[in-house]
Ligand binder design. Structure first.
Ligand code: 1GP
Length: 233
């Protein structure tokens, strides 16, 4: 697997959605840097294992974005652990993490873990509702979350999450300009090559999820598009 800071594009597959073999083949052969498995609702161990075993027919790296403790399983190339920095609830920032370490501490493969500092920016998305996210009102507030993640906590990933809606390119640009160490992920509403180019020019990694389930052909075009534009420093 490439280092995260070398990535440009990810597809996110939801185990709780219809992932037929044609879709999986297309996604796995698309040239994306990795497949991220994750979702907000209905992610179970059975669904996660089923998807993992079918993805493993292909050489593409697969990582799990952990959304609950029940569906964690060995076999992924990495484990992404979100901390929702703008959640009102302690459990989504450090609480569940603390609990998991208490329960599984000795068995955790620490070197395979990647912490993500999430800032949720779409008030309507499921993750925002679930975590009771307090949506920043200004770009400056988002930049402060990003610096908190990047400079203070030294988290390897800053994740700007607009899940389900296309975000503000200016905001993404301003955040990436201010981040010095972390890799900036942008996710939300990317459906076309033009949108992929716009966000890939303003973030380090773009994440494409929902479009796979609505227009797979257009979604696949985002892989090449992300590599057509210069990566911000
Ligand atoms: C969701 O950031 C990802 O967690 C991608 O968002 O599903 O809107 O593409 P979309």
């Amino acid at each position: 697997m490439k280092e995260i800071h070398e990535w440009r594009h990810l597809f996110k597959l939801d185990p709780n959605k219809e992932n037929d073999d044609t879709l999986l083949e297309a996604v796995c052969m698309s040239g994306t840097d990795a497949i991220m498995v994750g979702g907000t609702d209905g992610v179970t161990l059975d669904l996660t294992l089923d998807l993992l075993s079918r993805l493993r027919r292909y050489a593409v790296p697969c990582v799990l974005e952990v959304s609950n403790l029940e569906s964690i399983t060995p076999g992924f190339d990495g484990y992404f652990i979100p901390s929702v920095l703008n959640s009102k609830k302690r459990e989504w920032i450090v609480g569940l993490h603390h609990e998991a370490i208490g329960a599984y501490g000795d068995y955790i493969p620490w070197d395979d873990l990647v912490a993500e500092g999430y800032c949720i920016l779409n008030p309507e998305c499921k993750a925002a509702l679930r975590t009771e996210a307090v949506i920043p009102k200004t770009i400056e507030e988002v930049v402060s979350y990003a610096q908190l993640a990047d400079q203070l906590f030294r988290l390897p990933v800053v994740y700007l999450e607009y899940s389900g809606t296309y975000g503000d390119p200016e905001l993404v640009k301003r955040v990436t300009e201010k981040v010095e160490h972390a890799t900036v992920f942008y996710g939300g509403g990317i459906e076309t090559a033009a949108q992929a180019r716009e966000m890939a020019a303003r973030s380090h990694v773009i994440v494409v999820g929902n479009a796979l389930y609505t227009n797979v052909k257009l979604a696949l075009s985002t892989v090449k598009a992300a590599r057509e534009v210069a990566k911000p420093v």
